[in-house]
Design a protein around this ligand. Sequence first.
Ligand code: PBG
Length: 303
Amino acid sequence: MTSPLRLGTRRSLMATTQSQMVADAYVARTGRAVELVGVTTFGDVTKAHLAQLGGTGVFVTALRDKLLEGEVDFAVHSLKDLPTQQDPRFTLAAIPTRHDHRDALVGTSKFADLAPGSRVGTGSPRRVAMLSALRPDLEYVAIRGNADTRIGKIAAGELDAVVLASAGLTRIGRSAEISQIFEIEELLPAPGQGALAVECLSDRADLVEFLGVLDDPATRSAVTAERAVLNALEAGCAAPVGAFAVDDGHTLNLTAVVVSIDGREAVRKSAAGSPSEAVDLGRLLAAEMIAEGADRLMGEHSH
Ligand SMILES: NCc1[nH]cc(CCC(=O)O)c1CC(=O)O
């Protein structure tokens, strides 16, 4: 009998839930047993705000270390937490079909109905910038911690609402508390939002192929274009950059935006191309955005 594959996962509810979903999908497709191995990451223990950590990949490094040490066979990440600079030692063996890409408001009222001065919690400069453009009269409060902790600040009276990714809220069973989903015209998601990444060591060719059964090519081309924009802008997950692409099987449609942190200025552009040239499409769009002043807007939040 073959031994179970060991899946390395962060220990948060969201991470273990999404890792279990992926494990179940492999078991259903292949019959091979998969066991979860919990790993504590720097991003889970640090008290610093994500925007202040000055780098990407705080949730990712510990899982990759376990891959290198041979303690786990593969890892599941939220794709939007993965640095856009791919490390050749690791391969994204599968990018499964994306879940809801949009951001959601959690609270008791809709965004337009929040009273002036209401306190809205989010740790993301992207969300602060874009929401400030819509409602400059609200107070945006930097928060971090897992989704449960963030939502708990509403009941505690510290916040009137929080903004989180719809996909994550659904995964942790809190979607009933969503008062509004933001459409992409209002709030363009982070590159890769709602998608998962299944990663293993590049030198395990058999495993790369085995894990590939869960890959969704349309999701892969879309997130590849989105991440190419972020990479070409030399921006990280804390930058006020949104990007979203859809591959309809023939054409890849990509939209991206860079917003000044006060929400007053934005460079937003769209482009279409072939799904097989996702990286080029993203790079081209980023170059056009830079030509229109996008890098100046990013300012201190560019890295
Ligand atoms: N940076 C944390 C993070 N990474 C992925 C998700 C949500 C789930 C997803 O995008 O797949 C979240 C929380 C959030 O932004 O609400």
